[in-house]
Design a protein around this ligand. Structure first.
Ligand SMILES: C[S@@+](CC[C@H](N)C(=O)[O-])C[C@H]1O[C@@H](n2cnc3c(N)ncnc32)[C@H](O)[C@@H]1O
Length: 218
């Protein structure tokens, strides 16, 4: 029997003045996947997403790759890139295990990374948490002059380059996804924004795996 994994912590910076620790607890059902454990170890420091949600991204990416479902991989709101990198690494590993047929015989999947790289766009009145605290109030207290959850585009490119994703493997699209994300045959999107009505991209022809979208095609 293998030893259970230890609990480990990572720090997430939402702004220069607001940081939080995330604890990745041992979860036996997840930790028994040696592949996920390896990929999560390589991506966890570049995401503010929990281990459980990263595992669901892993499963979704494997599902797409193992069934040869055509399309590129999209993430709207990448921050430092950890979730998209996990999806990219998962797809790369799964596709290396199967013959390239159909759509994949003639092209490789791309990763599309959408972000403002300047942080969240302005929250609306609908952007409140479970305790009714508004995002606007939170940002006024803790953000860097309105910049919240911001990441640096060059840093994201470096993280992907380190794992072997070059210009032919990915497109980085800077700007507000409401303007920049025009889907066309891409699948396996992961949206991230204050609310579905606030900053998520227009609902067209994407399969979303976010908890907010509950896996529905939109
Ligand atoms: C909560 S973080 C995303 C976390 C990330 N998915 C991860 O794995 O850690 C939100 C990200 O979405 C970006 N963002 C928020 N609203 C956006 C918008 N309207 N257009 C583009 N990017 C946006 C922010 O810049 C930030 O990087």
């Amino acid at each position: 029997m293998t030893e259970p994994l230890a609990s480990t912590r990572r720090e997430v910076a939402y702004s220069s003045t607001h940081r939080a620790e995330i604890e990745d607890y041992p979860i036996a059902d997840i930790d028994r996947s040696a592949e996920f454990t390896d990929l999560f170890g390589r991506t966890r420091n570049y995401t503010m997403t929990s281990k459980e949600i990263m595992f669901s991204t892993y499963q979704a990416a494997r599902y797409v790759a193992e069934r040869g479902i055509p399309g590129d991989i999209v993430e709207c709101g990448v921050w430092r890139g950890g979730s998209a990198l996990l999806a990219g690494l998962t797809v790369r590993a799964a596709e290396a295990r199967r013959p390239r047929r159909g759509w994949l015989a003639s092209r490789r999947r791309k990763l599309w990374l959408y972000d403002t790289f300047e942080g969240m766009t302005a929250p609306t009145a609908q952007d409140i948490d479970l305790t009714n605290t508004s995002a606007a109030q939170y940002m006024a207290e803790h953000s860097d002059e309105g910049r919240w959850c911001y990441a640096d585009e060059d840093d994201v490119r470096r993280v992907f380059a380190f794992e072997g994703f070059g210009a032919q493997d990915m497109e980085v699209v800077k700007g507000d996804v409401v303007q920049t994300c025009v889907p066309g045959g891409r699948v396996a999107s992961r949206c991230c924004g204050w609310t579905p009505t606030g900053t998520n991209p227009p609902r067209q022809n994407l399969i979303c795996f976010t908890p907010a979208c509950r896996g529905v095609a939109c």
